[in-house]
Every structure is written in C-alpha cells, then in structure tokens.
Design a protein around this ligand. Structure first.
Ligand code: AFP
Length: 316
C-alpha cells in the first residue's frame, strides 16, 4: 500500500487494512476473528491465579491453567467461525474437527507460548498458522496466512497474508490499529537471542555464537519465542536461534505450531528461517508435534549459521 501519513495510519484498523490489501473476504474475517481472541486471552492473563492447573499437556510438561483456557478460547471462536474445518493445537494430542469438515481453512495454534513466564510478568504470546490444505504437506504448500499476538505492556498483533508483514496495536477502544506497515528487516542486525544450555550446544553452533559475539552482537533472550522474535522484527534485524543440542538433535521448538507461522512472517518481512540448513517452510512435517532446530531473523546471520553448521567456517 502506498505510503500513508502517520496521522492517517492511526485510523486504519485491522479490518480496513485487510480490505485495502484485497485479502479474500473469508480470510479477512477469519484473521479478524482470531485477532479478537487476543482480547479474551489477555483478560484471562490479567485475572489468572498463579497456581498450576495440576494437569499435564501431551508433552508431559506441567501446564498452567492459562495454556488450557487459551486453547479453549481459540477453539470456541473457530467453532463459530464458519471458515475453519479443523484445528490443531500444541495443547492437544491430535487435530480436531471444529466445523462441518468442508470449510476452507485449517488453523494451527500455540495458544499461549511462554506460559511459564506468566508468573514473572514477562511478555508472552499466541502463535497462529492458517492453512488452505493439509498441515502435513509443508509450509510452502499449505500456509496462506500467519499471525502472532504479543501480551506485553501493549497488546500487539502481527499478521501476514502473503503481502508483507504488518503490526497492529490494541487501543483503549478495543480496536487493532495499524502501527507499522510492511515491516522490512535490514540485511543484518546486532541482536542475538539464543536458547538452550551452552554446555549442550554442538561445536559448530558454539563457534557460530562466538563469531557473533566477536562482531559485537547484544544478547537479548527472555525465554519467550514470541517477544524474542518480535524484538528482532521491530528492531529490523538480528537472529533468534534454538539450535540442535548434543542430546536433542531436533532442539525444542515445534515445527508446525511455532516455527512455520514465524518463518512465514519473517520471510514476508525480508528475513530468513532455517533449521540451520533447510528453509523451515520447505520442510515436510513427519509428525504433528515434530520439533526442529531454528535460526530465524535477518539474512546475514541466518546465512552465517549455515556456513558454520556445514563446517565451512570455524573460529580458530
Ligand atoms: P514454555 O511455553 O514452556 O514457557 O516454553 C517457551 C518456549 O517454547 C519458547 O517460547 C522459548 O523460546 C523456549 O521455550 C525457551 O526455552 P528455554 O526455557 O529452554 O530457554
């Protein structure tokens, strides 16, 4: 969309922006319906008690009541959507039918990523993928849109339907208004956000991190994928990585629920997302809960990782 003045920009809400972007009407409505769940989930976070729910999610992790209630909020919204046939959630063992089964879209969600941070009052988020076909075919084939909602000092929502990545902020009136259009990463940045324990890193990854440190990169890591990547998008550069570990070659983050949507948004912002070698969106999932190493952010840092992981570059 042609450059718009800041004065005009603040009056462009999410629905108007998607209309101006000529996004297909059912997809516009679905993105808006999902964005609205951010308000309900935010209310849950505000009122949440600090007790654990006492039940486990399918990965055997103790989960907060918030994970479950956030998942239920999204599921209920999708059941009444009219555009969604199936829903797959990080909090559920299998994909579930939420419509008649003939609707246009399949939605994936990490309903509340970083929920272990709630008690520390750090920012957390919801990650959404919107697919037009089976979610087991790979992001390049199935993903038509992606979004995340960040619950921080402000509630912000970033979406892409394949024509750039755009940020909205939830205002006092409860409307998502455009705050940044066509987010575009620089070729490189100066932030690195690195997960996993140093002692568990491979030699190649350790050499990569040391090289970034020698170049003066600043460490920014909160333990929440959504705010940690959001910082890189909003600061226009840098890299987030949760690598393959010595004792866990697939790392920690989930390909379908976390990495595919974030890779879609980052590529739409001119960045890259790989497992160290392959584009995330080119990887065909083998299982619903498949984990995958991730290097995501501006091109310089992600391409640099590949040279280290291929053993072509080392720090002597
Ligand atoms: P939780 O959802 O269990 O808090 O995990 C958050 C997360 O999946 C992702 O958001 C972070 O980037 C990553 O785990 C942090 O993992 P570490 O705690 O091992 O650093």
């Amino acid at each position: 969309m042609e450059n718009i003045s800041d004065a005009t920009r603040q009056f462009i809400d999410l629905r108007r922006h998607m209309w101006m972007e000529n996004i297909e009407v059912d997809l516009r409505r679905l993105i808006w319906q999902i964005a609205v769940t951010g308000k309900y989930i935010s209310s849950k976070i505000q009122e949440s008690n600090r007790k654990l729910a006492g039940f486990e999610n399918i990965y055997g992790e103790e989960q907060l009541a918030l994970d479950r209630s956030s998942d239920e909020i999204i599921k209920r919204q999708l059941e009444f959507s009219g555009f969604v046939s199936h829903y797959a959630s990080e909090e559920r063992e299998s994909i579930i039918q939420v419509g008649t089964g003939n609707e246009k879209y399949i939605v994936t969600a990490d309903p509340l990523d970083g929920s272990s941070l709630v008690e520390t009052n750090l920012a957390i988020g919801t990650i959404i993928g919107i697919h037009s076909e089976s979610i087991m075919t790979g992001g390049d084939k199935s993903l038509v849109a992606a979004m995340y909602i960040t619950y921080g000092p402000l509630i912000t929502m970033i979406y892409s339907a394949g024509n750039g990545t755009h940020e909205f902020v939830l205002n006092r009136e409860g409307e998502y208004v455009l705050s940044e259009e066509d987010i575009t990463l620089e070729e490189r940045g100066y932030i690195y956000s690195i997960g996993g324990l140093r002692r568990d890193w491979t030699r190649e990854h350790l050499d990569y991190v040391r090289d970034l440190e020698n170049e003066g990169y600043k460490l920014r890591y909160s333990g929440g994928f959504v705010p940690d990547l959001n910082q890189i998008l909003i600061k226009k550069g840098g890299v987030f990585t949760y690598p393959a570990l010595k004792n866990n070659p697939n790392g920690k983050l989930r390909l379908i629920f976390e990495l595919q949507p974030m890779a879609f948004l980052t590529e739409q912002a001119g960045g890259m997302a790989t497992d160290g070698r392959r584009r995330i969106l080119s990887i065909q999932p083998e299982t619903l809960d498949q984990r995958c190493p991730i290097y995501i952010g501006s091109t310089y840092e992600v391409e640099k990782a590949k040279t280290f992981l291929d053993g072509k570059t080392t720090t002597i």
